[in-house]
Design a binder for this molecule. Structure first.
Ligand code: HEC
Ligand code: HEC
Length: 245
């Protein structure tokens, strides 16, 4: 009897409260997403772990994404990383030519391997619920402290592109139009709609706070230029690009 009471007490304790907001979404995350995505952290701690990762980490989704974008994307996913999460598997980096040989093409995408993105799609109500659950995942709160967009640091698309390309070399890894730019990072022509300004400011300042072994360097971007770049990315995301696939 005593044992039964104890059991009843435990059951009462661990049984979740009546369905509240986010619970249905949490179930979807556990049942349909956790097999690919890391929902609990930490990010890969070794290079070996990094190269084993097949899907982006979502354990700080609530620090990163704009909810509206999530709801839309989960119903109609399109590729964000033009060479996938693991670019080494899809990009052919030809070795330097031997004497007398011609340089082979390098950074060539094995296109057919990748397109189109195979990602499950959610129904509208599921997308709303899942977005709520994702917005609750906020492991990176501390890295957003003090990050604030300065709206007065506006630039034109041309000025922004000069910073992004020529001054800081971001274009070598990121595309600013479908098929224009590098392959080893996520495209950024929708970043301004996908990501919060605070996340962009923080990520660009110190990518390894978010993802311990990621190959994006600390660009040592000057504070005023950082603000300009993020304002540029927001401006860029208002352009009407057709998605890459
Ligand atoms: C079979 C593996 C797989 C499953 C299952 C899966 N995903 Fe993904 N997901 C991916 C891959 C791969 C990408 C990267 C796409 C890209 O960058 O082009 C991705 C990208 C995403 C992104 C964008 C992340 C970012 O950082 O850019 C979100 C959000 C997302 N998935 C949510 C979900 C949710 C929610 C579920 C469950 C309903 C789910 N995924 C199930 C493989 C998966
Ligand atoms: C050597 C390649 C490389 C360079 C150079 C680089 N990045 Fe990145 N960047 C990455 C990678 C890799 C990621 C994250 C990969 C992932 O989440 O799959 C990233 C992520 C980002 C993100 C977040 C995107 C998202 O969807 O999560 C932003 C914003 C960004 N970079 C901006 C910049 C800016 C601005 C510069 C120049 C100052 C820059 N990057 C330079 C490789 C690079």
């Amino acid at each position: 009897m005593k044992r039964f009471l104890l059991l009843a007490a435990i059951v009462a304790f661990v049984t979740p409260a009546p369905a509240g907001a986010g619970e249905a979404g949490t179930k979807i995350l556990q049942n349909r997403c956790a097999s690919c995505h890391n929902l609990t952290g930490p990010s890969p701690q070794t290079i070996r772990e990094l190269w084993k990762r097949d899907a982006p980490d979502l354990f700080y989704a609530g620090n990163k994404f704009q909810r509206e974008w999530l709801v839309e994307w989960l119903q109609k996913p399109v590729r964000i990383r033009p060479a996938g999460v693991n670019y080494l598997r899809t990009i052919n980096s030809a070795p330097a030519p031997k004497e007398g040989e011609k340089q082979k093409e390098y950074d060539v995408l094995y296109g057919p391997v990748l397109r189109p993105l195979q990602h499950l799609t959610l129904k509208p109500a599921e997308a709303e619920e899942t977005a709520d659950a994702l917005m609750d995942l906020k492991a990176g709160d501390s890295f957003l402290a003090g990050m604030m967009l300065d709206n007065s640091k506006q630039v034109s698309l041309e000025e922004g592109e000069v910073l992004f390309d020529k001054v800081y070399g971001c274009l070598s890894c990121h595309q600013i139009e479908p098929n224009y730019g590098g392959f080893t990072g996520p495209e950024v022509y929708t970043a301004g709609r996908r990501l919060t300004p605070e996340f962009m400011l923080s990520y660009i300042t110190r990518p390894k706070n978010w993802d311990s072994k990621i190959w994006m360097p600390n660009g040592n971007v000057k504070p005023a230029d950082l603000q300009k770049i993020v304002n540029y990315l927001i401006l860029l995301s208002k352009e009407n690009f057709n998605a890459a696939n």
